[in-house]
Design a protein around this ligand. Structure first.
Ligand code: ADP
Length: 153
């Protein structure tokens, strides 16, 4: 199964959306295998958002992402990366489809509540950035046979 990295951003923490977001992840059937609350700093954000460090708004990303602790999670599932990207919706919450996390929970292109890895390659890099291997549980729920058909697992 694939793994993907999720960050519940300060906007999710401060707006008390953590429970709602985790509830949707659980109901969908994505399996949480690791989760921790932590404070990010500029150094890790320069790595994580390397594709944006030259942008004029990069300092505002750092300010936004360090304003409160965040919650990082590893999710597991068949096609977990693309499934969770779809659940997240496009970057700007005002354009994100209703039914997506950003579409339902935010009105912003920066304070957009959640980070979702955008490819399997980036997911693996991002998971290694935020978690040590021993922090990720080798966990499969008892109900797995009701989450996937035999041929899908
Ligand atoms: P995504 O999070 O949808 O994968 P990007 O990788 O392009 O999108 O951007 C990373 C994050 O940087 C966004 O989620 C958002 O919080 C922030 N961001 C992107 N564009 C802007 C912008 N123009 N102004 C402020 N923040 C931005």
């Amino acid at each position: 199964m694939e793994q993907t990295l999720v960050i519940l951003k300060p906007s999710a923490i401060e707006r008390r959306l953590v429970g709602d977001i985790i509830s949707r992840i659980e109901k969908k059937g994505l399996i949480i295998t690791a989760m921790k609350m932590m404070r990010l700093d500029e150094e890790i954000l320069r790595e994580h958002y390397a594709h944006l460090t030259a942008k004029p708004f990069f300092p505002s990303i750092v300010a936004s992402m360090t304003a409160s602790p965040v919650i990082c999670m590893v999710l597991k599932g068949v096609d977990a990366v693309s499934v969770f990207r779809k659940m997240t919706g496009v970057t700007n919450g005002r354009n994100a489809e209703p039914g997506t996390l950003r579409g339902d929970f935010c009105m912003s292109g920066s304070e957009n509540v959640v980070h979702a890895s955008d490819s399997v390659e980036n997911a693996n890099k991002e998971i290694a950035r935020f978690f040590r291997q021993e922090e990720i549980t080798d966990y499969t729920p008892g109900g797995i046979n009701y989450m996937y058909g035999e041929e899908e697992k």
